[in-house]
Ligand binder design. Sequence first.
Ligand code: MN
Ligand code: MN
Length: 302
Amino acid sequence: ENTFAGVLSFLRRKYTRDLAGADVVVSGVPLDLATTFRPGARFGPAAIRAASVQLAELKPFPWGFDPFDDLAVIDYGDCWLDVHDQATIVPAIVEHARGILASGATMLTFGGDHFVTYPLLKAHAERFGAALSLVHFDAHCDTWHDEGPATINHGTMFRRAANEGLVDPARSVQVGIRTWNDDFMGFRLLDAPWVHENGPAAALARILEIVGDRPAYLTFDIDCLDPAYAPGTGTPVPGGLTTAQALAIVRGLEPANLVGMDVVEVAPAYDASEVTALAAAHIASDLLCVLRNRKVKGLGRR
Ligand code: MN
Ligand code: MN
């Protein structure tokens, strides 16, 4: 088949539930029940997969290698969710992640709205046995007032994660923030004006300094990008990063001890010419190249 033809998996990777030998497992969590504004992110995983196949044609730029020569990546498909029973959502996603992490593979997960990161963090903190450093790209801090464990809300889950000790705010960084919260909970902020003022190289240096070699979970809410670059999302906010700025930061994350990652909040119904899905696919593809380099250089997860 042509890369754009047939049934589309992420970067045309094998679509399978066989975890044997996989270094990285790509999967989707098609949830959009936790949104506060425009829903539709349940279709994000399918849109990112479809947009990714353009990248399956050539060696990725600027890397110049085929990451799959050295990194075994499968597309596991999507987590099954009972969208009519909200109480089942967190356990379903935790179980999905536990099953994959038990194989020893690293997860690259596509949302879904950003709430999916909370159960993913639960499974990762359990696996890595410590409060994680969160490397969080977003227009929003997502640490607003939490109405309690029975609620699912894509604007409060990092308050819950910090309160439960899943992440360490002092060793976590939020990049691209441009919405207000009276209490940022001690998370380190590189807000969008700071990134525009100082540039991606300085942002990268600060991120690496904050997380050090601690186990780090990277979460990329696509609304970190300006609506000009990512209109297809539930809660767009003007003044964000360009796709080029974001890629420049992501491409430099090789020194970080990345133990898991996700790209969330792509809502294709509001997209234009697939630019949002394409940006998400590029970010995810570059994350795989970062992981490939870490594997080749013997920088395994610690
Ligand atoms: Mn978010
Ligand atoms: Mn956001």
